[in-house]
Ligand binder design. Structure first.
Ligand SMILES: Cc1cc2nc3c(=O)[nH]c(=O)nc-3n(C[C@H](O)[C@H](O)[C@H](O)COP(=O)(O)O)c2cc1C
Length: 218
């Protein structure tokens, strides 16, 4: 494929030269390492540092992926919020295995986390919901996420209805909206290097407090 500029797709390739990742730089546990890299992404003003690709799969193993925002992370795992009746929600209901991938390109870094997802307690979902701007809360009432709609006017009309139903700031959290926490089984930290000899370290959970750390071939 050649673009108007005369460029071909392969010319977009980039050398990664910014830094390296050595075993001695790694924290003993991947949560501390994630916190460190996340802080560095924020300091580097990576746009939308919480944005990541979330992959799920249906019962037959057919995968699907989309971008979602990380809401929080703690010793339980990595938390995102969504519509429980969306495609991803229904897939997770039947198959709780999921993977999230952060690409912080300004730092030439990728973090890939695989694990198992459960719903967070209801009260916690409500806190995340109430932290959203009122328009986004109304939007959650409007959207039967991932189902076909006739046109945009339908959505805008439903939004007006919801504004009337929930005037002011008091918009409750729909039953079908809430958080999931992905409890990690593996977390891989990837730092781009020259000549495609990237640094990759994978933490694999052994017990609650023990992680195996291995360097992977790029
Ligand atoms: C930057 C960005 C952030 C997004 N954040 C979320 C999110 O936090 N939760 C969510 O449900 N959808 C989010 N979306 C929309 C999803 O990518 C997706 O379209 C939606 O969740 C429906 O996915 P599904 O049909 O695979 O379930 C975001 C999209 C983008 C581009």
């Amino acid at each position: 494929m050649v673009f108007q500029s005369g460029m071909t797709l392969t010319e977009f390739r980039k050398e990664y030269t910014m830094s390296g990742l050595r075993r001695r730089d790694l924290a003993a546990d991947p949560f501390t390492q994630f916190q460190k890299w996340f802080n560095e992404a924020v300091e580097a003003q990576v746009p939308e540092p919480t944005a990541m690709t979330l992959a799920t799969a249906d019962k037959s193993g057919q995968p699907s992926a989309r971008t979602v925002l990380l809401k929080s992370f703690d010793e339980r795992g990595f938390i995102f919020c969504t519509n429980y009746l969306s495609q991803k929600g229904l897939e997770l209901e039947n198959n709780p295995h999921a993977c999230m991938v952060f690409f912080w390109k300004e730092l030439e870094r990728q973090v890939a986390i695989r694990g198992t997802v459960t719903k967070v307690p209801r009260a916690e979902s409500e806190l995340y919901f109430q932290a959203r701007p009122v328009g986004s809360r109304l939007g959650a009432w409007v959207s039967q996420q991932s189902t076909p709609v006739s046109d945009r006017a339908f959505l805008e009309e439903k939004f007006r209805e919801m504004e009337q139903k929930f005037p002011g700031e008091n918009v409750p959290c729909p039953e079908y909206w809430g958080g999931y926490v992905l409890a990690p089984i593996t977390i891989e930290f990837w730092q781009g290097r020259v000549n495609r000899l990237h640094d990759r370290f994978r933490f694999t959970k052994q017990t609650d407090k023990m992680w195996l750390t291995e360097r992977l071939s790029p």
